[in-house]
Structure formats: C-alpha cells, structure tokens
Design a protein around this ligand. Structure first.
Ligand code: FEO
Length: 406
C-alpha cells in the first residue's frame, strides 16, 4: 500500500483493481486502477477518490504520508462512482475545509450523496487556486465524458490530472507509461477511447486545440485510470488528436453473426472480394468477440461490412445489441455495406442499412440477400460486394466523393 511520488510532494494514492472484468458493459480483461493524487503543501489537497470497495487502499496509502485528517481540500474532478464512491466516508473522516468541484459537479454530487452540508467550493473554468507553494488551475471539460468533468493542472509541476481522459483500464504494479509494454498500453488506450469517448470526438478535438492554445508545459498527464504518462505524454495527445477526427487506416471489418453458417459463408466471400482489391480486412464473428473489443477495431477502420441473417422479421440478438451499442458511440467517416441470409421474409439487410445510414456511414452497395444457403453464383455476388467496398475505399482515399446508394 505504498504511495508513489510523481514529483516532490505530489503522490499517487489510488487503488489497483486486479479483479474487475466488466465495466458497465465494457470488457476489462486486464482490470483497472482508480487513481487519486495527494499534494502536500500549506493546504494539503486530495484530488479524486476511489471506488467504494477500494477505500481502505486509498486511506492506507495516504496514512503512509500523513494523517488523512490533516487534508484541507478535496478536489472532485469527476463524480462517477468509480472516483467518488467512497466520498461520504472520506469527507466524514477528513472534514475538509473545501470540497472543490465544477458547477455541474456540485449538482451531480448533491444528486448522488444528498449532502448539502458539505463545504462545497465551486470553481469556474480556468480558475486558479494557490495551495501555498503550488497553484492549481481548473480546466472545465464538460461532457468529457460527464457534464461535471474537469481537469486539474498543477502549474509548478506541469502535471495535468486529467480525470477519465487519457486513461486505460489496465491493472499493473507499475505506475508510469515508460515502465509497461507499449503495445499493451496503446491497445488499452485505444479500447478506452473507442468505448468511452468516440461519441465525444468533436469535443476531444476542441479540447486538444484548447490545451495547445493554453500552451501549458505538460510534463506528465495523470489520468484517473491506468498508468501515468511520464515518459511520453505527447504520445497519448497525438493518438487522441488522430482519433478525434475519425481518421481510418484504410482497412475493412466484416462483422457478422450467423445461424446455420450461410451468413458466415457470405462473410468469407465478402472478405475475398476485399482482398481482391488489396484491402486489409478482418472477419469478426460476434459469437466469439465482445462488443467492446469489436468497437476497438471499429475506431480505426475505414469500412464496416455487416452480416446477419433474419430472425423473426428482425436481426439476431447479438447483431441488434451490437448495433445499439455502436449507434450510441457514433463512429463516423465510415463506408458501409450489408449482407445476410434469410428464410422467407429477409428484413435483416434493410435493418442494418438503416442503422448505418442513421450513423451517417456512406453505403456503397444496396446489400446482398440470399435465401437459405448460398450457391456459387450468390457467393460471387458477395465477392462483388467486397470488391465494391474495396474500390470505394480506394476512391475515398484518393479524395473522390463516394455517393451513398441508400
Ligand atoms: Fe472513471 Fe467516468 O469514470
């Protein structure tokens, strides 16, 4: 339960959660951390807390530095329960002079904990506060990813405490980016953006521009999940800049579910067509891939080809659930197409096309439907669908406008 020093008198005092495998529907195979930070200054300040079940980890780490009752200020950058779950117990123990939060944070704390007697100190965007030797600057980041969200920048140390932004669900004994495997780190960072921030990409773009405009010297980015960006904070800023403009990598995903393997046969034929056009593609069977892993691939993909048979005039439940999840995250700038087998009604392709149109994908093909089991000629149609998607991708990357067929 040792604290980790980020800079002189600035400590990580959070908790590592090696167990969590599901984060409200997001698969966290590598667990996560809940990061909290303690600043020892004339006004001793705790920034964020942890999930309720990890309260004792937080307090043990703090006790290794000081008696928690000596803490003067608590900053709540974000009210979601993984960072505020133990706030009532921590406030009761510490009895802080100030509980610092954004205007929306104040509202959210009251709605969560119903404690009007707490010593709220609402900060305005850009407001500064001296702790003695150090100055905190509060940067409003409304809707990244909750209305209450804000960053706290420690001016003298150049440390940006960034709440959920720039995080990763990654439990490790190491605390810094330069101590962990870079491929694992960037995969988890990508997965985090894909599943939490994709729909806020326009705001992420503005935020990155704002940070650049503020010209803040950033030595470290300290998020509320995962490792702290000490070795190369620019790496995660660059990645966020890229993701915020939905820059695809020119590849295609064939995402499908199948009942009696007919749609699976079609999926393989579509992939053949894509490969004929030299497009890198990946087949993703929804029966064996978790939706949050699929979304991680969707983030960087340029074309999404969906396949599903018709069941009871609709979609198979896994595809319906995946579309609901993807629609919520609103990935943009994708070329789309659909295919599927059917028995007698055959609505699935139409439903997938409608879902993609709603997400503003550019449909480059009206779709292929096959009754029962595809024969050779019908598989050829699927190959042609794949080729059409491939040609559209190449035209798109050559700067040509692709007209949607839907
Ligand atoms: Fe990590 Fe939005 O909570």
């Amino acid at each position: 339960m040792k604290p980790i020093e980020l800079a002189k008198n600035v400590y990580w005092v959070g908790a590592v959660d090696w167990v969590t495998r599901d984060f409200h529907g997001y698969s966290t195979y590598r667990g996560t951390t809940y990061n909290a930070y303690l600043i020892i200054d004339k006004k001793i300040t705790l920034i964020d807390t942890v999930k309720k079940q990890h309260q004792s980890d937080l307090l043990h780490r703090i006790r290794n530095i000081i008696n928690p009752e000596k803490i003067d200020y608590i900053v709540v950058n974000h009210v979601e329960m993984d960072h505020s779950g133990c706030l009532p117990e921590v406030v009761d123990l510490i009895k802080p002079e100030k509980l610092i939060c954004s205007k929306m944070g104040h509202k959210a704390i009251l709605k969560h904990f119903h404690r009007e007697d707490w010593p709220f100190h609402v900060v305005n965007p850009g407001e500064e506060m001296s702790l003695g030797d150090r100055t905190l600057n509060f940067i409003e980041t409304r809707m990244l990813h909750w209305p209450d969200s804000m960053f706290t920048y420690i001016k003298e140390d150049g440390i940006l405490i960034s709440s959920d932004a720039f995080g990763q669900h990654l439990a490790t004994s190491e605390r810094f980016d330069d101590e962990v495997n870079q491929d694992v780190l960037m995969y988890e960072c990508t997965k985090y953006y894909a599943n939490i921030l994709t729909l806020y990409s326009p705001l992420v773009k503005k935020l990155i521009a704002k940070i650049q405009e503020m010209n803040l010297p950033i030595k470290m980015i300290a998020p509320d999940h995962g490792v702290i960006w000490r070795g190369n904070p620019g790496k995660v800023l660059d990645a966020y800049s890229r993701w915020s403009v939905n820059e695809g990598k020119g590849n295609a995903l064939v995402i499908y579910d199948t009942m009696w393997h007919s749609t699976e046969m079609m999926a393989k034929a579509v992939a053949d067509g894509l490969q004929d056009e030299g497009i890198s593609c990946k087949l993703i069977d929804l029966r064996v891939n978790h939706r949050s892993d699929v979304m991680t691939d969707v983030l960087d993909a340029s074309a999404i080809v969906l396949g599903c048979p018709t069941l009871n005039n609709g979609l198979l439940p896994r595809m319906a659930g995946f579309l609901m999840y993807m629609r919520g995250l609103r990935p943009t700038n994708k070329i789309g197409a659909a295919f599927g087998s059917y028995g007698w009604s055959g609505e699935a392709v139409k439903l997938m096309n409608e879902a993609m149109k709603e997400m503003k994908f550019t449909l480059c093909h009206e779709g292929v439907r096959v009754q029962y089991v595809p024969e050779h000629a019908e598989l050829s149609q699927c190959i042609e669908l794949g080729r059409t998607v491939g040609r559209s991708l190449k035209e798109f990357f050559a700067g040509k406008e692709i007209e949607s067929v839907g």
